[in-house]
Design a protein around this ligand. Structure first.
Ligand code: SF4
Ligand code: SF4
Length: 407
């Protein structure tokens, strides 16, 4: 049997509503039973990039603050951390903390609970460690962010978003932020197959074993997630002690099937996750049918998993489907500011910067050019483009079929 998932409506980021909703989801599953006095809890948030909370790409500060207050009241100390895309240094990550609204939030909270010792802080340890995980499917040896060794327990707080490579970014995918930003592209390259990459996420959840997971699905992101999509109101908060049933419920809320989310498929194949949402016990104040968003826009379709055919006919069919649904990163030149972030993050070194008259300024500038023969379609360039200029492009037939399919 899978761990229960609690689901409570929450329509806005106000103190009162968050306090109620987070309190209720935790109460339903006895979520804070592991917390004891003097414990240090690491909250692994989602700081994919330095983006304002209104963009709905990163953990909302008031949501986080509400959770921190509940932990502090139980006598725990809290450290908040993540490794965004980019260099894993104090200066860079502090820039991301600031942009995401966490620096001010933590300062206010420190003022509120000022008794000589910091009850809450942003992670300041930017060391990296070597991990060994013999039971892993993908990452038996890996590099991770050292701050996680200094805490007694981990809580994973994610956003519900689409993801160009993994279909959905939620509780399971959030653990990829335990890998230092500069190592992430290397792992995309090492595990360029979707299934192997999905197993990296499952391995990380199994290695670090967070004690609790919370999902902020008040405002999620649809379309070109996890950074370049559009904010989409969903209106709920979820929690569970394990991530797989939780992600299954989240996928169901935004109308995604198991076949569209490789991390769910990987968990199911390893006997860790459910086959479908009917296997999950959902508790709380809401029925799933009351919160489903049936027209949530996808980022892309995952041909390598969805279209596995057997026999000659099956293989021909899957080949045809792969052509129809083929996607690739493509730069919208007018929106590109020539910052080179895509060039720097591309794990396959498929991007070179070239001069173009069509660049953002209109007066000529540098834009990325993609060598398609090298591209492994990891969509890191799309994920880390600060202007949303790198788009996921379908071929026209795929775009049409996709539209009809998701109506
Ligand atoms: S061009 Fe983009 S999608 Fe292709 S390998 Fe580089 S980062 Fe990944
Ligand atoms: S596509 Fe995005 S990341 Fe790449 S240079 Fe242009 S603005 Fe920067």
């Amino acid at each position: 049997m899978f761990d229960a998932v609690s689901l409570v409506r929450c329509d806005e980021y106000s103190k009162e509503k968050l306090d109620f909703a987070i309190g209720r989801v935790l109460e339903e599953i006895d979520g804070l039973s592991f917390v004891h006095e003097k414990m240090t809890i690491g909250i692994k948030v989602n700081l994919v990039a330095g983006m304002a909370p209104e963009k709905a790409a990163t953990t909302e500060p008031l949501f986080l603050r509400t959770l921190c207050e509940k932990l502090i009241l139980k006598g725990a100390k809290v450290v908040i951390g993540d490794s965004p895309g980019g260099i894993y240094t104090s200066a860079f990550v502090h820039g991301v903390y600031r942009a995401c609204g966490l620096t001010d939030m933590v300062k206010e909270l420190q003022g509120q609970y000022d008794d000589g010792e910091n009850k809450v802080s942003l992670n300041e340890d930017f060391s990296v460690k070597n991990g060994e995980f013999p039971d892993a499917v993908s990452i038996k040896n890996f590099i991770y962010t050292g701050w996680l060794d200094n805490v007694d327990a981990i809580i994973n707080v994610s956003k519900l978003k689409t993801h160009a490579m993994m279909g959905m970014s939620c509780a399971v995918k959030n653990m990829f932020g335990t890998i230092p930003g500069t190592t992430k592209p290397e792992y995309h390259m090492r595990f360029s197959n979707e299934q192997a990459f999905a197993n990296v996420m499952v391995d990380l959840n199994e290695y670090f074993k967070p004690c609790l997971y919370l999902v902020d699905a008040i405002d999620g992101m649809e379309g070109n997630g996890p950074t370049a999509g559009e904010k989409r109101h969903i209106g709920c908060v979820l929690s569970s002690k394990k991530p797989y049933a939780l992600d299954m419920v989240c996928a169901d809320i935004i109308g995604m099937k198991l076949s569209e989310v490789p991390t769910l498929l990987a968990a199911k194949e390893r006997g860790l996750g459910p086959d479908n949402v009917s296997e999950v016990t959902v508790c709380g104040d809401l029925q799933l049918s009351e919160i489903r968003v049936t027209d949530f826009k996808r980022a892309t379709i995952h041909q390598s998993i969805t279209f596995d055919g057997n026999g000659i006919i099956g293989k021909l069919q899957s080949k045809a489907l792969m052509i129809v649904f083929n996607t690739k990163p493509n730069v919208k030149e007018k929106e590109c500011i020539g910052c080179k972030k895509c060039h720097e993050t591309c794990p396959a070194h498929a991007i070179t910067m070239v001069r173009s008259d069509k660049a953002n300024s209109g007066k000529g500038g540098m834009i990325p050019q993609i060598d398609r023969s090298k591209c492994i379609k990891c969509f890191c360039c799309q994920e880390f483009c600060p202007k949303g200029a790198m788009k996921v492009q379908y071929n026209p037939l795929g775009r049409f079929v996709n539209k009809v399919n998701h109506r």
